[in-house]
Design a protein around this ligand. Structure first.
Ligand code: PXP
Length: 243
């Protein structure tokens, strides 16, 4: 099976920094550290309210860290402008609500219609690999293909939050989503809520090219250290890929 990338979301290093209003801990330094520990990329979500990552963090990671940068963004004019200026290798379009604690669900690509299609075309036209964060729903995945996305990121939140006994049904649903993506020629990523316990089942899908992991990974690094947690995730992924 092809290897799968681990993209580390460093948003919550910024959350911690912002709690004290200073410059420590620095998400740029965290991005460097995870890459040195063997991560394959870095993800940041610049939210409209700048609650964690700020513009300068994104600019510095883009310019200074040798990482495949995945820019998570809402499809707003402001964020599209930033993406077109920085031209990261990849972006992931997500729904964004001001009051939510984190991205709550996949994007409704069918409802979003022409404005989303136009955003995808502008980003892809600038050479950015565009993925869309969606639920494992056949019609939504088909719509991603129709509007010109190159990739989808399957929302793994419900699976990751489910009780262990309920997980198999979520794994089956996500597997069908990964297969649908491949059938449409879309690259398939996964993300949201993944932990040591839950990453293996989705990393075992041969269609999956990348997992984007943040909250658990940054939280666990309090106990184990960031490089050790990255190495453990890489090992769990590698183990899942050999079967
Ligand atoms: N993928 C997307 C699209 C997200 O919005 C998030 C959360 O920012 C993640 C992955 C990472 O989720 P978590 O922080 O729960 O690992």
């Amino acid at each position: 099976m092809r290897p799968m990338r681990l993209s580390v979301n460093v948003d919550h290093v910024a959350t911690l920094r912002n709690a004290r209003g200073g410059s420590f801990p620095c998400p740029v330094e965290a991005a460097r550290t995870v890459m040195e520990a063997g991560a394959d990329g870095v993800t940041v979500h610049l939210r409209e309210d700048r609650r964690h990552i700020r513009d300068r963090d994104l600019e510095r990671i883009s310019a200074e860290v040798p990482a495949r940068l995945n820019f998570e963004m809402a499809a707003t004019e402001e964020m599209i402008g930033i993406a077109l200026r920085l031209r990261p290798p990849a972006c992931c379009i997500v729904p964004e609500k001001r009051q939510e604690l984190t991205t709550e669900g996949g994007l409704d690509v069918i409802r979003a219609g022409a404005p989303l299609a136009e955003a995808v075309q502008r980003l892809a036209g600038a050479g950015i690999e565009v993925s869309i964060f969606v639920e494992a729903d056949a019609a939504q995945i088909e719509a991603c293909k129709r509007i010109g996305a190159q990739a989808i990121e399957l929302h793994t939140g419900a699976y990751a939050d489910a009780a262990p006994d309920d997980r198999p049904q979520h794994v089956a649903r996500l597997k069908a989503g990964a297969e649908a993506a491949a059938a449409h020629g879309l690259l398939c990523h996964v993300g949201h809520g993944l932990s040591y316990e839950t990453v293996g089942a989705v990393a075992a899908f041969p269609e999956v090219e990348e997992a984007s992991i943040g909250h658990f990974l940054i939280g666990q690094s309090v106990f184990e250290g960031l490089p050790a947690v990255v190495r453990r995730f890489k090992a769990l992924i590698a183990q899942a890929r050999v079967g």
